[in-house]
Design a protein around this ligand. Structure first.
Ligand code: BUP
Length: 440
């Protein structure tokens, strides 16, 4: 094709939720015969990321890997406790080292695609090299609306939905978020894993140009589908799932970087038991997977373990979420509402009980609520600040699993999502437009 000579570099940020969409996009760009370079940043925080990167690169030997070694930051001096956030700051402060890495690419790069958490630091490097820049925004269009206006808040988004950290104007997170937002107008475009039927109003608002002056074009390329190489999980609950009735099982996961307190984990466990439903529950008690040392017995306690025995399956390792969601037995998803999980639930037509824990998750959960295919538990507050009791959780699970209206709404969205990915049309046309915009 005419766009066959492009060489694109992808620079994802730290965290599985940020990495996966990059790998999925990379695979579809390969399909377009573009040459690709994946810039991997080191050290890598979680084992899940290391494993995904290595299986991905061995499955796509035509992709060049460039290793970007960052200069370690002192977490105390940086005043950042979350290891993923610390790595974002580390990458930002090491961004000058990207310059030789980019200049030495052969053939020369046509453009680079990078993450929202790195924007202003990357643009300061690429501007000098006159290299066009795109963003792959790894969250919702709704979150993009907020981001593009920040520190103003669009009228469609309640202030309470902002993560507490963004309400603290002195935090370095807020300062970066604001700087990145300001740098948006210097980018050539924003790619996003969303689609019209999922976020119609927000995407229209972004496209109208009324929201923010100088907002570059937004390319909704979703829904992104997982790759075969993502199947790194050894845990296969399929036999168990196949033996359960249709739409009878609740799947519970809070993503790759949320650790719940032991107290809250136990309340959730009692809630699941009280709901009377079968469940498949991924328990996480540490932010970084490498640090998970305690066994389930210790985390849940013997009494709860006993109660769970006949009702559900509990695991502590990485699971194949896509495969789980695609089982007929799964009828509901208790999720933190990380954006990848939201899109995956939409694709499979699974109603969501949204229990946001941090970051963009409340805003993402509002997308589900507005679409009528799930609940956003605002009254449960932000993850670590509240203890939600088992009884209340159990009741909400019953609401979720018994709600026919949400099921129907969800089935409708799923059908559209599947049509979109089958035809690949949305994505194809968008990539063509993107290519045209580059030639201008
Ligand atoms: Br945990 C887990 N298996 O065991 P989100 C996650 N995933 O396949 P997060 C698994 O990782 P951010 C597991 O399907 C999704 O694609 C899951 O991304 C997959 O949440 C991805 O949902 C997780 O966006 O990232 O990890 O909290 O904070 O960036 O949203």
């Amino acid at each position: 094709s005419s766009d066959g000579n492009l060489h694109v570099a992808l620079l994802p940020s730290s965290g599985t939720g940020h990495l996966l969409p990059y790998l999925r996009l990379a695979a579809s760009l390969i399909h377009h015969q573009w040459s690709l370079t994946l810039i991997t940043t080191h050290p890598i925080v979680s084992s899940a990321e290391s494993q995904l990167i290595s299986t991905f690169l061995s499955a796509f030997p035509q992709i060049t890997q460039k290793k970007f070694h960052t200069i370690p930051l002192d977490p105390v001096a940086a005043n950042i406790t979350d290891p993923f956030q610390l790595q974002w700051e580390t990458i930002r402060q090491s961004a000058h080292l990207l310059s030789p890495l980019i200049s030495s690419s052969s053939p020369p790069l046509s453009f680079i695609i990078t993450d929202v958490t790195l924007m202003s630091s990357v643009i300061s490097v690429t501007a000098k090299l006159c290299l066009p820049n795109y963003i792959l925004f790894t969250s919702s269009a709704r979150m993009l609306s907020l981001f593009s206006c920040f520190p103003s808040i669009p009228s469609s988004i309640p202030k309470e939905s902002l993560p507490p950290i963004l309400l603290d104007s002195n935090s370095s997170f807020t300062k970066n978020f604001s700087d990145d937002s300001g740098s948006l107008k210097h980018f050539n475009g924003v790619l996003i894993n969303s689609f019209e039927e999922l976020e119609k109003e927000q995407l229209e608002m972004l496209a109208s140009g009324n929201l923010t002056k100088g907002l570059p074009p937004v390319f909704p390329l979703g829904p992104f589908l997982p790759l075969e190489v993502e199947r790194i999980s050894l845990f296969a609950p399929l036999k168990w799932l196949e033996n359960q009735e249709e739409s009878s099982v609740v799947y519970v996961s809070f993503g790759s970087r949320t650790a719940m307190s032991k107290e809250q984990i136990r309340e959730l466990g009692y809630g699941l038991v009280l709901s009377g439903r079968k469940f498949l529950w991924v328990v996480k008690s540490k932010v970084v997977d490498k640090e998970e040392e305690e066994g389930l017995d210790e985390i849940l306690g013997h009494r709860l373990m006993k109660k769970i025995e006949n009702n559900g399956l509990v695991v502590k390792e990485w699971v194949d979420q896509w495969q789980i969601l695609s089982q007929k037995a799964v009828g509901g998803f208790i999720s933190h509402c990380g954006w990848n999980s939201v899109v995956e639930a939409a694709w499979h037509g699974i109603p969501v009980l949204g229990w946001p824990q941090q970051g963009d998750q409340m805003i993402n959960a509002e997308v589900i609520e507005a679409g009528g295919w799930g609940l956003c538990m605002k009254s449960w507050g932000w993850g670590s600040n509240h203890l939600v009791k088992g009884v209340e959780i159990g009741d909400k699970i019953k609401d979720l699993m018994g709600n026919q209206r949400m099921k129907m709404e969800c089935a409708r969205i799923s059908e559209v999502a599947k049509q979109r990915s089958k035809a690949g049309e949305g994505c194809e046309n968008m990539l063509k437009t993107l290519f045209q915009s580059l030639k201008k």
